[in-house]
Design a protein around this ligand. Structure first.
Ligand SMILES: *[C@@H]1O[C@H](CO)[C@@H](O)[C@H](O)[C@H]1NC(C)=O
Ligand SMILES: *[C@@H]1O[C@H](CO)[C@@H](O)[C@H](O)[C@H]1NC(C)=O
Length: 221
């Protein structure tokens, strides 16, 4: 009994020292040694996980929590990260990759884009930076990537439409409202502001029970 209690506390202690959950340990903290609130230089970030680590250091805890939370005890969140990382990429060698970049452009609902992925509707880019939403619209235009603003974007549909470059394609995300007229309003608004399609979130029949987020008042609307 004593040994299991002891090993539990050692286990807890070892992990408390290093935050790992959503970031692989690839030497970020040792390299940057940032104070809380300090922003890592973009030029020094070497891969996608570095953005997670940079955000954790830079953002006030409330802002960071808005993005980094999962349902209840976050068991599914952790499980999802783990199982996703178990998908191996099968290396294929002796293959001609000289024109690999030419295979990236694609169409989504008949619109041409430079890459087969898009900026998903994550809502409230303003929690990341006051200019966040503007940055997403403009970066998407600059690289010809699809941007899908959330119904709960920091800027209104009209403000986002104003920021769009000529001919920039955006889709509008929405949730079904039990009040049909409210949903119709979202559609009308999206159409009036030149979004080319709507994107329906289907896995949200009720508000999530996000305990970490509730602590900081950044839970479901
Ligand atoms: C998309 O690209 C194809 C091939 O380059 C072109 O023929 C087509 O006109 C483009 N469509 C739009 C909507 O720009
Ligand atoms: C944190 O989020 C608030 C919006 O709730 C925003 O006004 C503020 O600028 C954000 N802080 C930082 C450092 O981005």
């Amino acid at each position: 009994m004593l040994s299991s209690v002891l090993s539990l506390s050692l286990f807890g202690g070892a992990f408390a020292a290093r935050l790992f959950l959503n970031e692989p340990d690839i030497g970020f903290d040792e390299f940057f040694n940032l104070a809380d609130g300090e922003l890592a230089s973009l030029d020094d970030l070497v891969g996608l996980p570095d953005f997670d680590a940079a955000a954790r250091r830079y953002m006030p805890i409330r802002n960071y929590t808005y993005y980094r939370n999962g349902a209840a005890g976050e068991w599914s969140y952790r499980n999802n990260l783990e199982v996703f990382n178990r998908y191996p990429i099968r290396p294929r060698t002796m293959i001609d990759i000289t024109n690999i970049e030419a295979s990236l452009p694609t169409t989504i609902l008949g619109h041409n884009f430079s890459v087969p992925f898009f900026i998903a509707p994550c809502a409230r880019a303003g929690f990341g930076n006051i200019e966040g939403e503007k940055g997403l619209v403009e970066a998407a235009a600059a690289e010809n990537i699809l941007y899908i603003p959330s119904l709960y974007a920091t800027l209104s549909t009209a403000e986002i439409a104003d920021l769009k470059k000529k001919d920039q394609v955006t889709f509008q995300q929405f949730y079904l409202d039990s009040d049909e007229a409210a949903t119709q309003e979202v559609f009308d608004d999206a159409k009036a502001n030149g979004h080319q399609a709507i994107v329906f979130t289907i896995d949200s029949p009720a508000d999530g029970n996000r305990q970490r987020a509730v602590r900081y008042g950044v839970g479901p609307e």
